[in-house]
Design a protein around this ligand. Sequence first.
Ligand code: SF4
Length: 424
Amino acid sequence: MNKPELLAPAGDFEKLKVAFHFGADAVYTGLKEFSLRANTKNFDNKEIEDAINYTHNLGKKIYLALNIYFTPDEADTFAEKLKFIETLKPDGIIISDLGALYLAKKYSPSIPIHISTQANTTNQYAVKMYKELGASRVILARELSLSQIELISNEVPDIELETFIHGAMCISYSGRCLISSYMTKDGLGKRLKEEAEEIRSANKGDCSHSCRWEYILKEKTRAEQNYTIEEDDKGTYILSSKDMCMIDNIGDLVKSGIKSFKIEGRMKSILYISSIVRAYRQAIDNYFDKNIPYNRQTIEDELNIVSHREFSTGFFYYSPMKDANITVTPAYKREKRLAAMVEDVKNDRAVLKIYNTINPTSQIEYVGKNMLTIKVGKISLYDKDGNVVEKANHSQYIEADIFTTDGEKINYQQFDILRMESDF
Ligand code: SF4
């Protein structure tokens, strides 16, 4: 049985480096245009070239998302982008639209084609058809169960299957959703006046997550009166889906024939990427080699340090018709925040890029790959001239000596991170 690929999101170059550092085999990312994440930094032409070279030098893979449904007026620009991508040689392009597939075969003929989950592929014949049309991989709809995936895998064995295994899910069918467009349309369900600028379309990568909003009830003739809808003392979030977490089900995913395990979240933070990637790295490696240590509680704690809704196993074990997978509590759990990242190591000192203010008394954890987590006993901060500083603020680059609680200096590695308790 081959080890599946661990595929992580990379909203920008920094996140890409962090994902690889913590154990991803491959990343998926987007260009400034045509990828379904309008609000991430994404990559411009020069950055994507650098990112592809960086990835290939590590012997890893990078896939570019071009998964919007474009309109006739966007076709020429889309084709130009594909010609450019052909010269870059990424390991795959992720597309949803049949028109995009047509243009990709014409203008990026050497780049493997992956069919996006946005295409809602739910059966073996759709997979066969995509294969005949030239696709090398299909990212299946999140609504399929493991037994359905196994059936597809048995019937179409010569194509790679990918599924999401962790992260946020949509209440609608894998993102094919108009709730956000409707709720941000002028004169309709605007939440706030200042949001009235433009329609935010999920299908153009600009979802306002209207399904997560807190709704109230109004009676037609009493418009001034708001009636609270209460499932419990926290109100109700009738459209908000639970997050997916398959950390305890690696074996079932492998047995069903899934070749690539995808973590959701191109808009997620460095903290999220480091924690989720290293947790799944450990779980997958341990599944294939029992000599790799695995502590279930440590892994659970790791998954819980970043914001998330209640976890579930999505629809892998039962149909959406049985249970719509709705959250019963709206609260994001969030227990840690990113303090800094090791940008470099110079003269035995860590050069830190600061994300949240730290000082020598901050309670900090040092985090590296292979589930390395060290409670920091002492941290001394220096400016670039070697002068001691008492505080380091967001966006500063600061040099540091970092020690364990036993007084031993930590062995820093580039892209290790420092994290601290969250105040909220
Ligand atoms: S509004 Fe909710 S269900 Fe619709 S695309 Fe956005 S996140 Fe998904």
